[in-house]
Write a protein that binds this ligand. Sequence first.
Ligand code: SAH
Length: 453
Amino acid sequence: MSSLKKNDQVEITIDDIGSDGEGIGKYEGYTLFVKDTVMGDTALVQVMKTGKTYGYARLVKLIRPSSFRVDPVCPIAAKCGGCQLQHVDYQKQLEYKENKVRNCLTRIGGFTEFEMEPIIGMEEPYYYRNKSQFPVGRNKDGSVAIGFYAGRTHSIIDTQHCYIGAKVNTDIISCLRTFIEKYHIEPYDEKSHKGLLRHILTRVGYSTGEVMVCLVINGTKFPHTEELIYELKKIPGMKSICLNVNKEKTNVILGQTILPLWGEPYITDRIGDIQYRISPLSFYQVNPVQTKKLYDIALDYADLHGEETVWDLYCGIGTISLFLAQKAKYVYGVEIIPEAIEDAKKNAAINAISNAEFMVGAAEDVLPRKYTEENIHADVIVVDPPRKGCEQSLLDTILSMSPRRIVYVSCDPATLARDLKYLCEKDYRLVKVRAVDQFSHSTHVETVVLMSK
Ligand code: SAH
């Protein structure tokens, strides 16, 4: 407990970044979260709320601004919920992310000695996202708003140009804005559950230039589709125009039904030599430039020579599996979402990859079952779980299977550290760790880890 009370003003130095990009500093050992501050700032802050172990304060005055402050390139960066760190120097962002991984491994994992390879940043940390979802609504003056939600709310910040999305989005949004106004298309209103157009989803194949536009609608029909197609087709690379039906009262953006309007209901992209078919509902890594680097590291860590049996758990649409299949004898992919496994099988087929097999189910069910019933074997196991990490029962099966190497790809360093600790208390050794910046200007970080027996 701290001696601080609400409205107290104190001077602190900011030395860390919180998960929403806010600054974190300490006053007499007591942690304060302060919006609008940056690592390295010395600031006068006013306490707003105190809890047992930490509190919240607001910035009153910057006494010495941090040398890591930069002017964001995007004029709406501070309001928009899309980027949390644009006002922080990019090299500092990378350092912060690398430290976050290192700290989790030391504090949660208890690891003291391990090789941490330097974080892999982007050469050009802008225009990297291959998927964007723009909510559609109305501005206060009644005009059509197309943009992004403000941080932690559902008010839409009208946007003409997003600096982390594909460049072609600017043309798509401008074309659709004109169309919506010309034909009086009613934007969806969350409160009344009325109106038609909810979201605009765009996907771009970075290595093929193929473009998809999918309009998410609260209905099953869209007016003036011929004009819509005519206008959108003018955009270079346009390959797929479709509708997605979502009539639910929900925050989930996409519904399950796709109504193709023009072109194929998918686009194709490539990572390295492998082609992937992407439909509006497919999970696909959002930063293709960094994904290639991430998968190259995973492949390098797996150290395959053509004789190995590899399991890729949490395989999604088979992206890593097919990458590994190029160098392994046989790859088994396991994934919980049936549609993703359908995509994985198709992706194997279009690449003429016959040494990969995909199974639907929870990794923690499928792997133990296959192990006890069929006594399956693994030389290398790759896992890429969601934020909550792996179930302990899965880690137990991995330990019993005793692969030569384990490659862990993670989007959450805290659960990563927890799982590594469990594996390394038994038979494994943490060999190498490398972070990759998949989400520049956000606080997220991706990590690849190699463990060996
Ligand atoms: N490796 C893929 C996807 C990683 S995202 C890629 O690089 O593209 C994590 C994946 O785990 C998601 O596709 C999610 O659907 C899947 N998943 C979540 N829980 C799971 C579980 N218990 N067993 C298997 N897959 C699971």
